[in-house]
Design a binder for this molecule. Sequence first.
Ligand SMILES: Nc1ncnc2c1ncn2[C@@H]1O[C@H](COP(=O)(O)OP(=O)(O)OP(=O)(O)O)[C@@H](O)[C@H]1O
Length: 646
Amino acid sequence: MNRGEMEQKIVDTLSKNKEAAGSYISLIQSKVAEKTEQQLKYVLSHTTENIFLEACAGSGKTEVVGLKTAYEISKWYSKNKGIAVLTFTNEATDTIKERVKLFSGLTTLYPHYIGTLTGFIHGFVAQSFGYKYFKHKNRGGDTSYRLIDKNLDVHGNHWLKKYKLPYMNLNSMGPDVYANQIYYNYKINDFVIYYSENYKLPLKEYYQLTEVQEFIQNFRKKNGNNQLLGFDFIKKEIKKVKQTFLTDGFANFEDINNIAYYVLKKNVRIASLIAARFPVIIIDECQDLSWIEINILNQLKDSGSTLHFVGDLNQSIYEFKDANPATTKDYLSGFKRYFLTDNFRSCDSIVNTSNKLLGITLPIRGLAADKMGDKSVCYLEYHDLTSLNQKYLDFLERNDIPFNRSAILVRQQTLKEEFETNSKESIHPILDALQLWIENTPKSRKLALELASKHMQRWFGGAKTRNNYYCPNAIDSVYRWRIFIKDFLEGCSAVSDLVKFDGINYSTWYKNFNNHFLHIIQEAYKDLLRFDSEKRDFKDIPKMISPRGTAKVRITAYNTTDRINLVSIHTIHSVKGKDFDSVMVVSSRRNAGSGHWKQWIEKELESGRIGYVANTRAKYSLVWGVPVLKKEEREMLEYYGFKRAD
Ligand SMILES: Nc1ncnc2c1ncn2[C@@H]1O[C@H](COP(=O)(O)OP(=O)(O)OP(=O)(O)O)[C@@H](O)[C@H]1O
């Protein structure tokens, strides 16, 4: 089939059974016409064979899945069987639903299911059939499981005490562990103890801990019996408590997956029933599937469903959730492969560098416009984060890239917080707040309120948290406090002396401020008075003086350390699926964990893929912020295509 025939076939199918309104047809035609041949080929692929659509970053996966689903739905006849399209987030579900509705012209999607994988596994399998296998108590006809978080704490949830696991506090870590904190892992055939997202321990490893072994050996000696507290015994005792937890109708997230897995494994009839209900299952972002999720889907495949996996194994960054690209790749080896190798998001030099860093050999092309030439891929060296902020802002300014379409990406939450505090500390809080207020964007105003309130609460005594705009304890309405800060800033903005910044030095500005301050704050306070449990007249507040060393300095358009707030800061994991004109990926100082740039050139490790996800968020400009480099390190970066930005 040539390109024209492919387009025609898709448009004809999508227009079927509709009162083919001209506008709808022309929309479909233009949407189909802009697709690449690779995209069209997948839309026309068979739903009777298992397929892996290997889609590189920025290749328009979501849109293609939407079009594919709309195409299949448009020629679907059955009223009680449907396609399942499974995603990982509600947001992704909404986007696909919206595309399917747009492309198919349908308003209701039944008998098809577009939703999260979790919703699918829980709803159609575990919650519907699990009770049959786990002796659910069935309270008044309710056989569903109540989902209990693994982090739920016994303090404040005393009912959990009934499910305290035996032999769990024999080591120095020593906390009690409850049934919500443990789950079976079928891959390793062992229980896993969950202490936190970063610390999970298989029971076997726990059993081998030196302190646990010491306890067991002492216990055996004391009781003169060398067989006591064997691993199998302890495992059995734990299993009993876990069973009670399930019987009482409780389960954690992993339990629910396990229940689904078990049900499908034990009962081919149920598996066939579900497979018949969903003969085609499309999974978006398949690189995020965990071992158990793959195995659940596999049971459905064995019972008759066809699977289409869509995703990019190079973007697999959920090892901590047991998603492993090697396992997925292995599993997919028997699937027919389709490809999307055109990246529409990024320019070719960003794509080249990202590919080279991860050792990708697939011929991926970057099709976005090249707006920056040899400055598309750069690095900035840093001694401290504040100066790095400054350098990046200068770089953006020099290259005419809007701050609000740029982002700083970091691996760890701690580095993100460090950036944020660095950038929030201002030595001229009221002056900066005022400048931000006048800028009058939602973001700058929010920041202005935060800055001003943080400073002003000091005049009111102790305060609550940043979320409450540092509302002082004596003020009983956060809302009114915020209005007060707003009124104060409005009051300042109305004084011409206070909003003249050009050519004015700090000491002049502070002098003017002190002249007007009392009047402005007293005016603003009139409406706050009723909500304040203390009496005040503000006459005792000391005059503000320009901070040391700044008196004779001219006011710069608001303090650069605050400007950074207009460039958003994110962790890499939180920007999957997003894009920005420019991205600065900031390396940690020390080479430990997956936050250091040297870990991002590791081809086989998850850290390399984490770097890859970060790099491929950039459309025109990719910058790496790295701690000061040695000569050979600089050469290494330049080998990968990075140029000095400053
Ligand atoms: N055939 C096409 N022609 C032009 N633009 C396209 C085409 N296909 C997709 N795009 C555009 O490419 C951009 C990237 O698509 P999208 O964000 O869906 O990528 P993705 O595959 O989900 O990427 P990632 O996995 O990196 O998050 C979108 O703006 C999309 O509209």
